[in-house]
Design a protein around this ligand. Structure first.
Ligand SMILES: O=C(O)CCC(=O)C(=O)O
Length: 273
């Protein structure tokens, strides 16, 4: 896939041969990359309907006023725990291949959040943030990786996501002037995925259209980072494939005591013999 590009004095150029390499280069350097046509339109519509149903249930359970007090309105936490259809988003082959290239072999699901960006309403996610919040430092290797699924078209008017390119490598948030000049809004057709390093500064746009904009954020982390809620214990003891056990964090649960710690290591050795 190397294109003939005129240059001089360059002795070291990265070459890539496939789509995965293309995304990896984007994510490592710019902090993000986009793939179109990952989900079909009917599937997106189904997920959107389900997001609304699950959100209604979560809102009734916790109370609208309480959610408002926490800036949690129109945020659907962990929909896959309520409907297995949402498993498809974190078992998606491309997302997993990229997660492995970015994070290495060992990683687990940190969160899955549905974002319902309603017209003329300011969503909490319209504030700049990292998905590893409060972390004003960087590491030489990525610790988190996101696959953000666009379940409707993402347009300028309906609040498509803004990113600050290259910012995953900054140990501070730049000045407002810099941000205004360098932010870019990612427009993408329904069914696309925005992949990004979890340390990239980003935010939702304001929805000034007259239709709801839906998205689902799915985030993977290296297992030294905790899950947003204890996903793993909800699947402990269930019959799952080894890959699903890993993804859901069951493989990476904190041993309960020293004996358990040693037994887990022993099991690993026996498994690999
Ligand atoms: O809704 C968006 O465009 C961005 C969502 C977001 O920032 C997040 O889920 O962390």
């Amino acid at each position: 896939m190397t294109q003939n590009m005129k240059s001089y004095g360059i002795t070291n150029q990265i070459e890539f041969s496939n789509k995965i390499d293309f995304h990896v280069e984007n994510i490592k350097i710019k902090g993000f990359s986009i793939e179109k046509n990952v989900l079909d339109s009917t599937f997106c519509d189904k997920l959107n309907q389900k997001l609304e149903t699950i959100y209604q249930r979560q809102e009734e359970e916790f109370g609208k006023e309480n959610l408002a007090a926490l800036d949690e309105l129109d945020m659907v936490r962990m929909p896959f725990l309520e409907d297995e259809l949402f498993f498809e988003l974190f078992t998606n082959e491309l997302s997993l291949e990229l997660a492995e290239r970015i994070l290495g072999k060992a990683f687990q699901l940190h969160l899955q959040n549905g974002v319902i960006n309603r017209p003329q309403k300011e969503h909490h996610q319209t504030s700049w943030h990292r998905d590893l919040p409060y972390q004003d430092w960087t590491s030489s290797k990525s610790l988190g990786f996101n696959a953000f699924y666009c379940l409707t078209d993402f347009t300028i008017t309906n609040g498509a996501t803004f990113v600050l390119p290259y910012s995953h490598r900054l140990d501070y948030f730049p000045s407002s002037e810099f941000v205004k000049e360098n932010q870019i809004q990612i427009t993408a057709p329904k069914g696309s995925v925005l992949f990004f390093d979890s340390m990239l500064y980003h935010r939702a746009g304001i929805n000034s259209s007259d239709a709801v904009r839906y998205g689902i954020n799915t985030m993977f982390v290296v297992p030294i980072i905790k899950q947003q809620v204890d996903i793993a214990s909800q699947f402990e003891g269930k019959s799952l494939s080894p890959k699903l056990k890993e993804l859901l964090g069951v493989t990476y649960q904190v041993p309960t005591n020293v004996k358990d710690f040693r037994e887990r290591r022993l099991n690993k050795i026996t498994l690999h013999k």
